[in-house]
Structure formats: C-alpha cells, structure tokens
Design a protein around this ligand. Structure first.
Ligand code: SF4
Length: 352
C-alpha cells in the first residue's frame, strides 16, 4: 500500500511503487531531450542552468546557458565579474533579480565557503535566490540526494495521475504535493527519477496532454474520472498591475541621456532613458511641449505587471541636467545593461 499518508482514498493505482518508477524511467530513457546541463554533474553548471531556465523557453535558455559557461567557466570567474558584466550577459532574459542573486551567491561561495559549492540540500537552499525546487534539483542531479523536485510540470503531472483537487497554490496543496513527490521518489537514482517526472510534464502531460503517448495512461485517475482539463487546480488569479512609462529620448550633438534605475523592483541597476511614470498613457504636459514626436506605445508583460511605454523624442539637451543624468554618445548605449523594452525600442528605431 503506498501513498496512504497523503491520499488516503487514492492508493493502489499501480500494482506497486516499482511499476510507477519503471514506467516513468523506461519512457524517460527512450524519449528525453539531450540538454547540455543534463550531461554534467557539476553543481555550478546545474545551478546556472536552473536559474536561467526559470520562466524561460528551453531554446532561449540554452543559448544563455552556453553563453554563461563560456563567459564564466567556474564559479570563481562568475564571482570575479562585475555586476554590470553579469547583467549585460543576462540582458534579454528578464527577471534581473535572478542574475543579481546568482552573482551574489557566487561571491558568497567563493568568499565564505572556500569556493566549494555546498553538497547537501539543507546547505544549498541557504544560497540567495535558491528555493525548494532549485535546491532539490541541484542536490539530486549533482549529488544524487533523495530530494523530490516539484515544479509546474510535476504539479500538473501528479495532479492528474492521482487526480488531486487541492489547489497547487495553497499552503496545503504545496505540502500535499511535496509529500506525494517525496513518497514517490526512487531510491537508487533519484536524480534521473526527478528528471523523468519533469520531462513527463513538459513533453506528454502538457496543458493539452498527449495521453496516447503516456506510459501511465491506464493508471491515470484524472483520465479515468474525466477531470484532466480541471487539473491542476489553482485558487487565486494573479493580480496584474498596469504601469505607464514615458521615456525621454534626448538627442543632441550625437549624444543622449541615460540614468541608472536604482529603486528596488523591476530592472534594478539597469540603465534607461530618463523616465516619468504616470497613471495613464496620456502624455504629461511637461513632456508635450518639448517632444518632437512620440513613438507608438510598446507593451511589455511581466508576471505581475503590464508595462505600457511611450518613447518621446526630444531633439535638444535637457533644460536642466538632473544629478542622475549620464550623458553618453548614442552608440555607447549598447554597452549598458538595458531592460528588454528599451532594447526592443532601439532595434525598432535602428530598422526605420
Ligand atoms: S494519461 Fe494523460 S493526463 Fe494522465 S498523466 Fe498521462 S498524459 Fe497526463
């Protein structure tokens, strides 16, 4: 009898735990994607890949992963780099706090841990920017520690196989799914088991699942109960905040003005044109008298925010040089880490 701890009414869907392991492991052996960070047990590379892959598509993430290991082949190289260099390499991936945490933790490992990457889950999770999922992934992939990973793919897969209706974003749900994954984890090769669970969720048990290809289809409770579309359950809808940015794009003698974004929140320590934030796309009076023209509104969607940006072109020097203004030659702007929205604007204007 298994899973009785977590799901008292739902055990014995498989003849034994071993059957579940074998079905998943066989499928994984035949079907998994070859990805560069799966070919290594170097914890530094695995850590890099896990942080880069958060909220990123595999194709895009792979390019960044290869770029990072080329630029910083060891954790010492990453620790030695300047924050600006790290942010420059990260540019385009978004969620820049991840890059800053990565850099911070590299310095911590080098300065405080004698350059030795921690080996146990309970030590790895102390690194800044590393949560339960990432710590379990590193501990199991690099050191084969028996820690179950539960990411979005695993939530979806488990919620369907065992037809779990507890919301995955509730405290109870998180506890329940972690317990379930902990009970299921294979003893001999937990790293491969974790990879297989995640790969099942990304390739087969997707939002529109391909049940005909699924190795556990005959045991799947959601399939049996016709609840696949309702799994997993989420209790809350993410609240999205709309923000309206007006960028002042000065242009004079081949120069422009940028500022460093120092406030906490999105894009901290990146560079931007001087910015006025308002409550709507309506052009503030202080700008309309100076601007020659405004480029169309660009929309940028983050997990909790929608940014509407207007770029106002002003063919003149600023009337007043604010203390945080940095005057640069226009072509130097690419030397600075820039939010994706500004990068996109520069690409668009270069093509005009
Ligand atoms: S049978 Fe379909 S819904 Fe069930 S686990 Fe497999 S892919 Fe997911």
């Amino acid at each position: 009898m298994f899973l009785s701890l977590v799901l008292p009414n739902n055990f014995q869907f498989f003849p034994s735990m071993t059957d579940f392991h074998l079905l998943i492991a066989d499928w994984y052996r035949l079907n998994h994607r070859i990805l560069p960070w799966r070919e290594t047990t170097n914890p530094y590379f695995i850590w890099l890949s896990e942080i880069i892959m958060q909220q990123t598509r595999i194709e895009q993430g792979t390019n960044y992963y290869l770029k990072f290991i080329a630029a910083y082949p060891t954790i010492q190289d990453l620790a030695k780099a300047s924050e600006q260099d790290v942010l420059n390499n990260w540019q385009g991936l978004g969620y820049y706090s991840r890059a800053r945490n990565l850099h911070f933790s590299a310095k911590y490992v080098v300065d405080e841990l004698d350059g030795k990457f921690p080996k146990k889950y309970k030590e790895i999770i102390k690194l800044k920017g590393v949560g339960t999922y990432t710590a379990a992934a590193i501990a199991s992939f690099a050191y084969n520690e028996r820690c179950a990973v539960v990411d979005g793919n695993v939530y979806r897969f488990l919620s369907r196989v065992f037809d779990v209706s507890t919301p995955i974003d509730s405290t109870q749900g998180k506890k329940e799914f972690q317990l379930l994954a902990d009970e299921l984890i294979e003893k001999a090769d937990p790293g491969t088991h974790n990879q297989a669970m995640m790969e099942m969720g990304s390739l087969v048990c997707t939002p529109n699942p391909n049940c005909e290809e699924c190795p556990v289809q005959v045991h799947c409770q959601a399939r049996k109960n016709d609840t696949i579309k309702e799994r997993p359950i989420k209790s809350k809808k993410t609240k999205v905040r709309d923000r309206f940015f007006h960028y002042l794009v000065y242009s004079f003698d081949g120069k422009t003005i940028i500022t460093k974004r120092t406030e906490k929140g999105i894009w901290q320590n990146m560079y931007q044109f001087p910015l006025i934030e308002t409550e709507s796309t309506e052009i503030p009076k202080s700008i309309s008298k100076d601007a020659q023209f405004s480029s169309s509104v660009q929309k940028h969607i983050l997990s909790h925010q929608r940014i509407f940006a207007v770029f106002h072109h002003i063919e003149a020097e600023p009337a007043k040089l604010e203390s945080d203004y940095i005057t640069i030659n226009k072509e130097e702007i690419q030397d600075y880490p820039l939010p994706r929205i500004i990068d996109r604007y520069l690409e668009d204007t270069a093509n005009q």
